[in-house]
Design a binder for this molecule. Sequence first.
Ligand SMILES: *[C@@H]1O[C@H](CO)[C@@H](O)[C@H](O)[C@H]1NC(C)=O
Ligand SMILES: *[C@@H]1O[C@H](CO)[C@@H](O)[C@H](O)[C@H]1NC(C)=O
Length: 337
Amino acid sequence: MVWYLSMLIFILAGNAAAALAAPTWDLGCHGHDGLGSTASHLLQRTSRMLRSASARDAILQGNEIWGCGSLQIPEVPPLVAAPLRNITWLHFPKAGTSFLATIWNYACSRRMALDLAVSPRAVPGCEQCYDVALMDRYPPDDYCEEGFLSQNFSTQHRPVTSSAVQSDELKVIGMFRRPSQRLISAFHDSCHASGLAEDQYKVLMQECGPNGKNSAGCYARFPGIAGCMSRMLTGGFCAETQFAESSFDGGKAHLEEAIAMVKEMAFVGLTEYWDLSICLFQRMFGGTVNAAQLVDFHEGDSHQDQLYDETQLMGFVDEVDEAIYQAASDRFHELVQ
Ligand SMILES: *[C@@H]1O[C@H](CO)[C@@H](O)[C@H](O)[C@H]1NC(C)=O
Ligand SMILES: *[C@@H]1O[C@H](CO)[C@@H](O)[C@H](O)[C@H]1NC(C)=O
């Protein structure tokens, strides 16, 4: 993993060749200011991981990825970029709308560099819509290369089906986020429930929203909410509308198929490792990195740099999505190897 971080730094410095030549990478932390020059370089970047004082301290104090000192860079694998076509974005709600910058940079900026830093408020009537704003500024028909995006490419929260993936015609890519964090974020985004029937959404808001219990735990327990990733990986919407006879199983029935899908996806990233995920994407599929890919353009009003306090869920665990997240994390680490 460390290798990719180094690679990213070099790519951003426009000097990928140097990375290949360097067997070790000095992460600094012994300079006159306590920060080595490399750490300083990292800290100058606008990245979602690097914005708050506490995030900076976490980097400088180091852990597995961001450690200080001199790191042995493992054997540098040859660049094995394979072109990615027919891109289908599996976009779980609250799991990184800014990832569209990476897709647009890859698929739509071959002829000219795009300014990817558009405001999520650029399109009237849409307040938190980086995707809408970016596509409004650079419409796919005008900018994107033929065949790069799938015919029905969508930035909204459309599910995928295993038949589409197995047919090999669609290449499904997506970012995964820790289920408890995703749920809390969705709660704070007006009890986000894409796919829930309107009358059930009203009940959800009454019971759990700001004028009800105002509780993420209530939201996460509401029938139809848990197991979002499980459903979206298997042709269903994030939230599941309940009918009279239904007994909500939190996505359990789809778990096995969903995990199989994770293993078949063309690319799996984790929002918790944003920069590394972007780096991995570039390594797998080629192209150059635009620094804007590392920016979070889509902070909601309740955004915070730290993780949400998960006690808000009052003990609720989304067991099905946790299992899927584990599979996504395994796949991610496998791809990073
Ligand atoms: C795109 O959507 C149309 C209409 O829903 C459908 O007929 C077609 O098969 C889809 N194409 C792909 C590649 O999924
Ligand atoms: C992309 O999908 C279309 C069908 O929508 C298919 O005809 C084409 O072969 C696919 N391209 C690649 C490179 O897989």
